[in-house]
Ligand binder design. Sequence first.
Ligand SMILES: Cc1cc2nc3c(=O)[nH]c(=O)nc-3n(C[C@H](O)[C@H](O)[C@H](O)COP(=O)(O)O)c2cc1C
Length: 326
Amino acid sequence: MQLRSLTLPDHPAVFAPMAGLSDAACRHLMADHGAAWTVSEMASAKAITFGDKKSIALLRDAHPHGVYAVQLFGAEPETVAQAIGIIRDKGVAFDILDLNMGCPAPKITSGGAGSRLLLDPALCGRMVAAARQALGPDTPLTVKMRIGWDGDHLTGVEVARECERAGADLLAVHGRTREQMYIPPIDPAAIAAIRQAVQIPVLANGDITSAAGAARLLEQTGCAGVMIGRGALGDPWLFERVNAVLAGQPEPPLPSLNRRMAALRAQVYEMCEEKGEWTAMPQARSQAMYYMKGLKGAASLRRYCSMLEHFPDVDRLIDTACRLQD
Ligand SMILES: Cc1cc2nc3c(=O)[nH]c(=O)nc-3n(C[C@H](O)[C@H](O)[C@H](O)COP(=O)(O)O)c2cc1C
């Protein structure tokens, strides 16, 4: 797949942006296990134009592993364009710029951003056009969206067409409306309708937890690739399994407990190095919980995760988890 100057795999499996979860350590792990590219946590274009250092820090990755996209959310085309200029001036390195048109959180939609944009397809087009102009011709511009706002406003097809017309290079479509948040199963037919409406590549997103699930969703939607979020947390090997199956190769075996625990330890270690233990450890609790999935004693291990305070606690958690599996 070619996105402007960037050459990418033909059937990419991409690591989804997740605020509070897809930090640098998490992205590096996913990239090292085969994610075709990774996306930052979302940052506010408006906050960036106000000079908010934390928002810029969210996007900065001193040593990105592989292809790296930064994601902005905003409600006004001019603000997004200005924010792109600022992050460039501040030296934030990125390969792809992604616009958030999918976030369902009221604190984002109440300001007109995220999935609220889906109610105004023409505005979505203007957002993309402004971002396109600010980026220049070489940098790929992608859009992360949902299939609509609610059952009465299934605007995904219109939004996709506007985005394509305005210069978007790829769309990632989470197969739910805003109203559905994360609960009912995704709607592959709605993703397929969006895919059929545009010429640019579309990634199918939502609830992929296995290589077979990824292959099935590609077959159902005809999409060029997949985007995977929660399913890869605690299981970065999912990208290796998906890549193998999409390439027609045998699926690699699941990782051993030791490899899983070593990955958890390395991830939390990198988080502590990047942000300091004080900031990292509360965030490490939710990452650690994903690694406990499917283990014997998972409920008590998850309680243990919620009490992680210092890095050595991770080693104690791992010892306990391993002992419980004997
Ligand atoms: C905790 C959490 C945070 C998220 N943050 C973002 C975000 O910052 N930007 C975005 O576009 N989507 C965000 N999403 C949506 C995911 O990218 C993805 O579309 C959704 O989780 C469905 O995919 P999955 O089932 O593979 O996780 C978030 C989802 C979760 C669960």
